[in-house]
Write a new protein. Structure first.
Ligand SMILES: [Zn+2]
Length: 186
């Protein structure tokens, strides 16, 4: 470790502590006495994604981020949600300790998380990832989502209650809509 001030090659460690996912070391140059800090982080071995056509491609965090970001575009999600999601997935992937992971596995991980985050983002991602060929496939996915009785993610607008739907069927929706009550969750 060369001193960043004088270039001397010897230094001593004067303090060392664990920080998130690494070690922070405070060092002092044995020549000029300057102090500097180094961080040691575990660098994971490279991870390869097995594509549908069996080709291998190095795991690309940015690619994953772009795809999820697109699905979440204009959704009412707090800042940093998408980055956090990608961080979690990436960490889980490396934790598996495998050199190769099928792309379908990663896609399913994304879907699973989006499902509990935002249903619209989930459907958007699914329509690209599962390559919905037509509206029927899309409808089936939405039906599955609804029939699963999945808890409405907190970021979503509440669904209309049966009573409110009745109001809409009666043709008074336009006037009532502004006063739709938030469905209480139990
Ligand atoms: Zn120095």
């Amino acid at each position: 470790m060369n001193c960043p001030y004088c270039g001397h090659s010897d230094c001593k460690v004067i303090d060392s502590r664990d920080v998130s996912q690494g070690i922070r070391r405070r060092r002092q140059c044995l020549s000029c006495g300057s102090r500097f800090t180094t961080y040691e982080r575990l660098h994971p071995a490279s991870l390869f994604v097995i594509k549908k056509d069996r080709r291998r491609e190095e795991f690309d965090r940015n690619k994953l981020l772009t795809g999820i970001r697109k699905a979440c575009e204009k959704r009412p999600l707090p800042t940093g949600t998408v980055d956090k999601l990608v961080d979690d997935i990436e960490a889980d992937l490396y934790r598996l300790g495998r050199a190769e992971i099928p792309s379908a596995f990663i896609g399913d991980m994304v879907m699973e998380r989006l499902k509990s985050l935002d249903h619209i983002a989930y459907i958007r991602f699914a329509s690209v990832y599962r390559e919905f060929a037509d509206i029927t496939t899309l409808k089936r996915e939405v039906d599955t989502l609804l029939s699963a009785g999945a808890e409405t993610p907190s970021s979503q607008l509440p669904l209309l209650s049966a009573e409110e739907l009745g109001v809409i069927r009666d043709g008074r929706a336009s006037r009532k809509r502004g006063r739709v009550k938030t469905r209480s969750r139990t």
